[in-house]
Design a protein around this ligand. Sequence first.
Ligand SMILES: Nc1ncnc2c1ncn2[C@@H]1O[C@H](COP(=O)(O)OP(=O)(O)OP(=O)(O)O)[C@@H](O)[C@H]1O
Ligand SMILES: [Mg+2]
Length: 234
Amino acid sequence: MTLIKCEHLTREFKKGEETIRPLDKLDLEVPAGEFMALMGPSGSGKTTLLNLIAGIDKPTSGKLIIDGINIADLSRNKLAAWRSENVGYVFQLYNLVPVLTAFENVELPLLLHKLTRAERRERVQKALEDVGIADRSNHFPRQLSGGQEQRVAIARAIVTDPTILVADEPTGDLDKSSARSIMELLSRLNKEQDKTIVMVTHDPGTTKYATRTLHLDTGKLAGDHTHQQEEVLA
Ligand SMILES: Nc1ncnc2c1ncn2[C@@H]1O[C@H](COP(=O)(O)OP(=O)(O)OP(=O)(O)O)[C@@H](O)[C@H]1O
Ligand SMILES: [Mg+2]
């Protein structure tokens, strides 16, 4: 089943007289359950595409059909509601709120949902366990290592049980061994929780965890390879 479909997807920005087009009539289909790595030179439109898929930004033209809904047609308010139900976002620099504990950071997106306090606690606890960091739930971000912070950020992204997980260079700021364990975690979420993942990466080493690698160049598709996912050892 196709989960994400881009049809002539275009995003333009005006800078004075000049028009920048980081996405130029992109056509793309992503089946449910795929783990897609997105590569390409700096400025090629990777984050722009991710933000559109995440419903953070709106296209200038074209269609972006996700699970049957053209989200390009949604109003800003409807898009925000759609996003909080359907997408989890993982950033390179974690973006945790420094004055909140790991638990409270993960709880944040649930405050937009109608849940009792007990239901919220249970969901947060489960997300923290899923990413293997339940023992740090009362720690503040500054008391965690980079790899641990990224785990908390991933827990925050999955706590609402979204269908799609987008990640923008999730291992870009981590040492090799933390990066590996974050990639193994994402791979597990893809396989065991059926998350469809779109991940921007500059590190070719991380693409082995993906099922498909896409190359962008100046807003256009420059390569598209479906490949075997390396067996991930638990
Ligand atoms: N909000 C914006 N306003 C104006 N121009 C923008 C905006 N967002 C992105 N751009 C421009 O669009 C182009 C693509 O940017 P994008 O962030 O998608 O690149 P990228 O592939 O993610 O690069 P990097 O690998 O450096 O993160 C760049 O030229 C950028 O300056
Ligand atoms: Mg980027």
